[in-house]
Design a binder for this molecule. Structure first.
Ligand code: SF4
Length: 426
């Protein structure tokens, strides 16, 4: 679950000369397989078959943890070590596993073969396996593939790879429509749908869809809004189909949600009066909810280790709406174009870092003694033992955090570790 390279880091800048420290070295972040834990709940007639090792199976089991129920929509086909001559057998074995699975689970309409990093899996041609199986199982089941390998992906990039694999399957259209891309909790998706529809924006579709058969059509008149900041490959695939992105900050917090909705409203030519009519009350409620939590968070210094790629929008939300002070905002990859509107809203001079050199970053964190450290699971316990309050970044992708109604919940996630410490101190 970690990768390493020996390139030295170096400084750079973005936007209004914001310093960016580029780091290359050991990193501690989950691989892309982890995203299956939220994706399998989202697309209800899809199944994710990881082609991997026992380590991959263990990772999925422990990441899914309590969420495993009787018939989860994911599994691991374990490929044991074998030589090249054994590859034909591995392909036959994979076909047998898939056929057994599809026979046992007739509700499956879309099957993802998810690649991983063991060398015996890398030797398998999963693109060819997916094409072969798709032909055999069509039209009942479509088989696609992508990589969730720890060599190529961090945990949210697994979702990006999955969505990018879906784009070629989208039918072509020249109709005008709005596509929201990025997996959102259903409660959030429903709220966004209500608000966008009330504004008069549509037809409206979401990627990923709740059911494989509802995959939206795409073409030169499709405009899309990003709901998540880690979707570089999916965006490239959509743009190659002619769709155009609506630049906007991400819908985190009251302000972020308003700016995100407003970008869509402007693209649809909806005037400010109508926009206020639809959004004002929800925005006011969200701001009132944040006020209660602001008391505990204002002035607190926060340090982000690179993990989910949500770090920049979160730092913007925490600083502008809750008065927190970002000491360092680390992100595995800084997508300058998709984050341009976010970077413009960060406090001037906020230190950013891209990539990771774990030891150096730990040294900076220890020296800064932040009030709150946002980091991966592996770092949280040791840092807590050193007396630092931590927030697990992975929780932020499992929890509904986007939109007006979730703004206070999102703020509470950051307040909770501090409130717990207050209680322990008493
Ligand atoms: Fe580990 Fe690689 Fe499997 Fe991820 S894909 S669990 S990094 S072996």
């Amino acid at each position: 679950m970690s990768g390493a390279s020996a390139l030295p880091g170096g400084p750079g800048t973005v936007g209004a000369a914001m310093p960016v420290l580029r780091e290359r070295g050991q990193r501690a972040v989950f691989c892309g397989l982890t995203s299956i834990v939220w994706l399998h709940r989202k697309v209800q007639d899809a199944f994710f078959l990881v082609v991997g090792s026992r380590t991959c199976a263990h990772l999925l089991q422990s990441a899914a943890g309590v969420m495993i129920f009787a018939e989860p929509r994911f599994a691991t086909a374990i490929i044991e070590e074998r030589d090249l001559a054994g590859l034909a057998d591995a392909n036959e074995e994979l076909d047998r596993v898939v056929e057994r699975l599809v026979a046992r689970r007739p509700e499956i309409r879309l099957l993802f073969l998810v690649g991983s990093c063991p060398s015996e899996v890398i030797k398998l041609d999963l693109a060819r396996a997916a094409a072969r199986l798709s032909q055999r199982l069509s039209p009942a089941v479509r088989v696609l593939h992508y990589s969730g390998s720890g060599i190529e992906t961090t945990f949210t990039q697994g979702e990006d790879a999955c969505l990018a694999a879906l784009v070629p399957e989208m039918p072509a259209t020249t109709d005008r429509s709005l596509l929201v891309i990025g997996a959102l909790a259903e409660v959030v998706e429903d709220q966004m749908r209500r608000l966008l529809t009330a504004l008069g924006i549509g037809p409206l579709h979401f990627l990923p869809p709740r059911r494989a058969q509802d995959l939206a059509a795409v073409g030169p008149n499709t405009r899309f809004l990003l709901a998540q900041p880690f979707l570089g490959d999916a965006v490239r695939a959509l743009e190659a189909r002619g769709a155009r992105r609506i630049p906007a900050p991400f819908p985190l917090g009251a302000e972020g949600t308003t700016l995100w909705l407003r970008a869509a409203a402007e693209a649809w030519g909806i005037g400010p009066a109508r926009f206020r009519e639809v959004t004002a009350m929800a925005e006011r409620r969200a701001r009132e909810g944040l006020l209660r939590i602001r008391d505990r968070l204002a002035g607190q210094r926060v340090f982000f280790f690179p993990d989910s790629q949500l770090e920049v929008p979160l730092a913007r939300f925490l600083s502008r709406e809750l008065g927190m002070v970002p000491l360092e905002v680390g992100t595995p990859y800084l997508h300058r174009e998709h984050l341009a509107e976010e970077l413009a809203l960060l406090p001037a001079g906020t230190p950013l870092s891209e990539g990771q050199h774990l030891e150096r970053q730990l040294d900076r964190c220890r020296a800064a003694r932040p009030d709150l450290t946002v980091c991966g699971l592996g770092l949280a316990n040791p840092l807590e033992a050193e007396g630092l309050a931590t927030k697990w970044s992975i929780e932020l992708v499992f929890t509904p955090i986007q939109g007006y109604e979730q703004a206070a919940d999102l703020a509470s996630l950051f307040a909770r570790p501090l409130v717990r410490r207050d209680r322990l101190a008493v």
